[in-house]
Design a protein around this ligand. Structure first.
Ligand code: C6P
Length: 414
């Protein structure tokens, strides 16, 4: 039985008060909270077997190495990767995408090659490609966003063409909530022989993921959005593509032999994990994966559709509300961005905060899409496994209260 009220008991932070009010945490797209099981995995590592991996011959190092590699296998199983070696630990999604930009794109792209993105990309899946375009002479092309935040794929065959070398798209938008047609875009990328990358930061934590079915060459995601600590992320690379990547960072651990003037590279994935890795956080990511597997990702997704549908229903009761993105919960991830009449999103966020309700306000690192919608900013509520209907009710009441407050201030000129 998937019961958010029971799940909440595993999250110590959800018991805290903010300004004397119970915390209502609706900023999960920015980062999720951590269950006791994950926090314990961290303290267990530091209290019992803290040591470096892949280096020592002593018991602690062997234990740390085993746990670290077990975590890699857990992540591989979670996304149905064919081999643990295709899981490269990074700091986060941003670093994972940069790894592909530096290790593959800078080496392989040339003037007039094209990289296809969408207009709704997070800056993490845009700015690295701007750098690649500047340095290689490749061009950036964009799949436009049409009505209700859906991609307009009517010109896909023109946008993705024989010049396209890489297609990199977000699977679920962190701003509009849109679930993108990954398979359709992948099929077109395959037809022209382009590599296909998915920014899974907002999908992997929330729905079942199967990289074999998705048939992507790269998938990037962050641990901290899926119950794990900050500082650990993942780049999945399809086995047949792994050998085409140059090392990203260079130094200890990623080498096989070093001379004064050159070096040779270690086996994959160590080749891409230079220096001492984020051992504790990787192990804790393994614990987060265990936790999500116990809940069942189908159930996680079902809960999120229910939460989003209920949020859409409650928010639509507010006349001044303009909800951005797709109209139905099934076409969205577990988040809703909106504007509220003339009230600035930062004021919305600040007023909700005074009631203990945490949402995000701003451009959510998706400035170009905000610009296209002629918005400087928006407010965003995002849900996860521990959010209840009561949380969404609190959000709806908080928003009505914010509107009343601003209507009153406008009347009194305060
Ligand atoms: N979005 C949000 O509040 P990092 O920061 O590297 O863990 O994740 C970057 C990232 C990449 N792609 C998408 C679709 C994302 O949503 C994010 C992170 C957070 O929306 C922080 S800006």
């Amino acid at each position: 039985m998937f019961d958010p009220k029971e799940i909440r008991k595993d999250f110590p932070i959800l018991d805290r008060q903010v300004y004397g009010k119970p915390l209502v945490y609706l900023d999960n797209a920015a980062t999720s909270q951590k269950p006791r099981q994950v926090i314990e995995a961290l303290t267990d590592y530091y209290q019992r077997y803290n040591s470096n991996v892949h280096r020592g011959v002593h018991a602690l190092s062997v234990e740390a190495t085993d746990r670290y590699e077990e975590a890699r296998q857990k992540v591989a199983d979670f996304i149905h990767a064919p081999a643990a070696e295709s899981i490269i630990f990074t700091r986060n999604t941003t670093e994972a995408i940069n790894l592909v930009a530096y290790s593959w794109a800078l080496k392989n792209l040339h003037p007039d090659d094209e990289i296809v993105l969408t207009e709704m990309e997070h800056h993490s899946n845009l700015v690295p490609w701007q750098m690649v375009a500047q340095q290689t002479g490749a061009r950036l092309c964009f799949i436009p966003v049409g009505e209700h935040g859906a991609l307009d794929i009517s010109s896909l065959d023109t946008i993705i063409n024989r010049r396209t070398r890489l297609v990199s798209i977000v699977s679920v938008s962190n701003f509009l909530g849109t679930i993108n047609p990954v398979e359709t875009i992948r099929d077109r990328a395959r037809q022209v022989g382009a590599l296909f990358m998915v920014d899974g930061a907002q999908s992997v934590p929330h729905m079942p993921t199967d990289v074999v079915e998705m048939d992507c060459d790269f998938l990037a995601f962050s641990g901290h959005k899926m119950l794990a600590p900050t500082g650990i992320g993942v780049l999945y690379v399809k086995p047949s593509v792994l050998e085409t990547l140059e090392p990203f960072l260079r130094g200890g651990e990623m080498i096989r032999e070093v001379w004064l003037d050159h070096a040779t590279w270690n086996d994959i994935p160590a080749r891409f994990e230079a220096g001492t890795p984020d051992i504790a956080d990787a192990i804790a990511l393994g614990a987060a994966v265990d936790y999500l597997q116990t809940l069942g990702m189908e159930n996680v997704r079902k809960h999120e559709i229910e939460s989003t549908a209920y949020a859409l229903e409650r928010l639509r009761e507010i006349e001044e509300m303009d909800i951005l993105g797709p109209t139905d919960a099934e076409s969205r991830g577990g988040l809703v961005a909106f504007t509220l009449g003339d009230v600035h999103p930062h004021d919305v966020g600040t007023l909700l905060d005074s009631d203990g309700i945490a949402i995000r306000a701003g451009h959510h690192c998706v400035m170009p899409m905000h610009r296209k919608l002629e918005l400087a900013a928006s407010s965003r509520a995002s849900f996860y496994v521990y959010n209840t209907r009561e949380d969404i009710d609190a959000l709806a009441s908080g928003l009505k209260k914010a509107l009343d407050y601003f209507a009153r201030s406008n009347r009194t000129g305060a």
